[in-house]
Design a protein around this ligand. Sequence first.
Ligand code: PMP
Length: 789
Amino acid sequence: MISEKVQRIGASPTLKISAKAKAMKAEGLDVIDLSVGEPDFPTPENVKDAGIKAIRDNFTKYTENDGVPALRKAIAQRLKEDHGLEYSPKEIIVSAGAKASLFHLVQTLVDEGEEVIIPAPFWVTYPECVNLAKGKSVVVPTREEDGFLLTPEALKAAISPATKALILNNPSNPTGAAYGRDKLLALAEVIRGEDIYVIADEIYDKLVYDNFKFTSFAALGEDIKKKTVIVNGVSKAYSMTGWRIGFAAGPAEIIGGMSKIQSHTTSNACSIAQKASLEAYNGPQHDVQKMVAEFQRRRNFCLMRLATVPGLSCFKPQGAFYLFPNVKSFYDKEFGGARIRNSYGMAYYLLKEAKVAIVPGDSFGADDYIRLSYATSMENLEKSMDRIVEALAKLKTAKKTRRVALNNTVTRVRKAVPVEAAVDGRMRDALVAEMEGHLGYEGRYEWNANINGAIVQLRTNVGHLNDFWTENWPPAQLDADVEPHGVIYAVDGIAGREPRAFYNPETRTGVLVNTDSYGPLRSLALGLALDIAERMAGAGGAGSVRGMSADIGGDGLILVGPPGTKKSELLFGLLADPRFRIHANDIVFVRLAGGRAAADSAERKLYMPTNTVELDGRLAPLFDKSRCENVVIRKEDCTDAGCQRGEDCRLDRGSPYCYKASKDAHALLDPSWLGGPSAFVRRTNLRWIFLLRNDDTSPAVVELSKEEALRVLEAGEAAGAKKSLTPGKAQPFFNPHWLGAGRGEAAMADAGRLESQKAFFGRLLEVAKCYLFNSGVAGADKIKEIVGK
Ligand code: PMP
């Protein structure tokens, strides 16, 4: 498992989107990429020559950690000429791009829990830098009406005793907003009175338009200079993004800290690129001026084109090379059935419909906007503006849409709950009295289910549990004089109680407190029915196998293993072959008689995790018609971190729900919907048991002796499995529903049940062959080979 702090960060969205645009181009699609932040100009010839000369001169070894002295001197000279600033070489560090400087700087300044103020819209990297330093980003929104500039009032209000620094990006990526000297002075006034640093990211200092006069934050006074670290580099102004040279200039103590970190990360920046950068800073500067003039022309062109789009407004930037148009008025419009809900949806739409890659504003903390870069050729800009204008014109106000009426219940509790599996009679009586007290008669549901022949009565006050219960099990007689074999109370809304399950074996009473989702109820019901089945058969004559099973020609196979061993994938792999029929997707009840293992699926429906949609194209439309539970309908509830950050989230694109966004979402699927009554069976004769593991190295299949199989089953963990069900804890027979040993202290003493379970598996293994199967190296075809089909 990777660290939590890294799990929490996302890869740079701009890099991801441009990678996608590149991939689409490689497929032959005419995509125009307005997502990348780099000039389309070549690196100036004199700069390239200096790099080539460095190679010829064998300047290809480690340099000084902080950068070659000549380059640091040239940087100091530039800062003096451009901004009137004096820095000694000790106050300057050269790094592998401004990004590396920024990262080392934040690591140097920020301790765990310290706050960094970041005005929004912000460049995507700032908050992640702070996260990786375990600091806390304090995002301060700016307003378009204020020119996207941080006001002194907002800055003051954001400062707390924990504030360590402000990151001020001038001119700004993504808005292009630039702070003039007066605005900066007003912010400096606030900084003066506080013990905080300013990280001045001035990488776009040379890219300013309309005669804007750039002022460095450090140039606002000696006292301010002492609190400021400038970050800059050659990437943007000299068209050198790939050379990876940036720098930081600030107080020697801070630069010294950064130097220590750099000595353990990258060491010096590339020697060749340093020589080229030296030429960039020392050589003639007219290429920069030419580029700026061209960018201004492109900016004006794009602004002019976007101004013609009804409903779109665009701030006129004074620097950098981005436009940040407000596209909110298009949200909730649609084209061809695709509804746009937010900036991700807009980015997706423009990529698909206009073949133009842009970055969603949400990545920069401003969801009403999108960012497009005009640092690409005029030809590309002309084409892409035509396409954007055309695509936006196609978006129409969505008709009152026929909402797909998903039959979905979102519950409060979503996970398994702790089970006390052997409460004594006194406690049982107390629990029943408490439950009855809460249930009363109004709003009480009672229903007898037939679970593998046992009549189990549910008494609940949760309508959703009653719905799933009555649908999932065959009904049993519901006359007053039919005594159920077991009873389950499922009572919600009891103040002060944690969600919990209890079971009293003597009276076969289950109690489920404050749990409104079906999973725990179903599990308790299965455990109760198993207890009954085992006792009735006696001496290991009946039992259960927890796994996914399929039938072929009357013979059954079952896939057993902890999560992560690809049970579903294998099952659906088998079902793709019409000779295989689905039997059960979670548990089978087995009776041993006459040298056969008759395995029954006790449920009418398959309680199926909806994230299986990807395994079989038939599933999604079937789930649409099934009763569902906890299907994700809001992006906030999505737990699929990988997909969530992708640019094609279904929820963003207007889908009212997503089946794969959570492991806790289930549907009650009618198995006959998977291909008619002949595609599933309720009973099969179990002949093959596949104990699954998933690794890269073990052999695909190992046939196990009865003793070996028993050992693996009892331990409850297939050898070499990547994940176990409850890490560190054995799950006897891989069966979390089984209410025997392993469920609480008292149950551990229930050696009788463990023995009878062992006896059952011993007998089962006389009639069914058992294999250790490695799903990491073999798939459904291998299973077919083994079962001889
Ligand atoms: N700061 C800002 C605001 C940027 O936009 C970028 C590049 N996108 C950088 C820093 C990093 O530049 P470099 O290529 O030097 O790492």
